[in-house]
Design a protein around this ligand. Sequence first.
Ligand code: NDP
Ligand code: MG
Length: 395
Amino acid sequence: MNIQYKKVAEEKKKSIAILGSTGSIGTQALDVIRANTDKFTVEVLTGGSNADLLIKQALEFNPNAVVVADESKYQYVKDALLPHDIKVYGGSKAISEVVEMDSIDLVLTAIVGYAGLESTIAAIRSGKQIALANKETLVVAGELVTELAKEKGVNLYPVDSEHSAIFQCLAGEFHNPIEKIYLTASGGPFRGKDSAFLKTVKKEQALKHPNWAMGAKITIDSASMMNNGLEVIEAKWLFGLKAEQIDVIVHPQSIVHSIVQFIDGSMKAQMGLPDMKLPIQYALAYPLRLNSDFPRFNFINYPQLTFEQADTKTFRNLALAFEAMNKGGNAPCALNAANEVAVAAFLADKTGFLEMSDIVERCLQTIQYIAKPSYTDYTETDKETRRIALQFLNS
Ligand code: NDP
Ligand code: MG
C-alpha cells in the first residue's frame, strides 16, 4: 500500500490551498469549507483564466495568496485585490511556488489534466499533505509521484469518488491485504449504445452526464469511458495493486461508489448519493467525519441497484487504458496526452466521438517506449505525444 496513514492534528484549523478553485471540484471544496469555518481556513486559491470568480472567492475567503495562471489576467486580479492585503501572482510557475508556503497544511489538487502535475509534485516535495482530485497526476507519473510521497512522508488522500470509496472501506483495514477492488462506473450518457450510434454523437449529447455535474473534460472522459480507464491506473498507484486486482463494473445508479474484496472473500462497499462534496470533505477532514446536510440516500427511492459488464469492444478507451497500464513506463503518460488532445478536439467539433480512441491508439503505437522515465522523460513524452496526436488529427 502506497499511502502512509498517520493521524493528523485535530485541534487546530487546517489551512488549505486549493489549486483550481474556480472549477467544479474547487467550488464544491469552497462550499465544504464555507460550511465548516471552525475546521478550515483558506490559505491559497488558484484559478486558470476565470478572473472574476477568483476575485469573488478571494474577497469571501480572504486567503493569504492568489494565483491566476493566465498571465493576461494578472493585473486585473491584482488591482481588484490590492485594497485587501491579499498577495497576487500570475502564471503557472507561481502555482508551484506558492504551494511551498509553510503556512499550508494540505493542498487540494483540482486543476484539470497534465497542467496539474508540476504543482502537485512541488507540493509533495515541500512536504504538504495532498487531497488528490487531479487523477491525471497519477496516470502520467504514478511511480515517480508515489515514490516521492513515500520519501517525504506525504499522504495522498483520494478525492475521486471511487477511490475515496475504496479508502473509506480500508479504514481500519490498512494492514489487511486486498484481493481485489471493483471500481464502479456509471456508464455515462451512452451506456448500451453501439458504434453506429456513437459515430454520430456531438459534444452537446456527450456533455449531458446522467448522474454527475463536472468539468467539461472529465464529462467527455466519462462518456467515452476513458475516465474509468484513468481511474484504474489511479487506483493501481494509490493502493499499490496489480492490474488483475482491479475490475471495472458498470453501475448506472452511481450509489455504490466502489467495492473492496479482502483475502477472506469479504466485500465492503461505500454507498451514498452521487455528490462530490462528500469525498471532498472526507479528504479535507481525514481522519474525521464532519456533520453535513448533504441529501441522504433513501432505499425506497432505489428499489433496484444494478450491475453489468463494461462494453470494452464499443468503448475501446477502457481497453486502451488497461493496455497502457500493463505496458507501464511512459505509456500511460502518452495515453493521457493523446486523450487530452482528442477531447479538446472533440469539444471544438474537430473530431468525432469514436475517433478519440483512434488518436489514443495511434499515439500508443507510435511513441518511443521508456521503461523507467524521469520527470524530464514525462514532460518530453507529453510534448511529443501531443505533436503526434495533432499531426494525426490534421492528416
Ligand atoms: P474544471 O474544468 O471544472 O476545473 C478545472 C480547474 O483548473 C479550474 O479552476 C481551471 O481554471 C483550472 N485550470 C485549467 N487549466 C489550467 C492551467 N493550465 N493552469 C492552471 N489552472 C488551470 O475541472 P473539474 O473540477 O471537473 O476537475 C478537476 C480535476 O478533478 C480533474 O483532474 C478531474 O479528473 C478530477 N475529478 C473531477 C471530478 C468532478 O466531479 N468534477 C470527480 C473526480 C475527479 P479556470 O476555470 O479559471 O480557467
Ligand atoms: Mg471518479
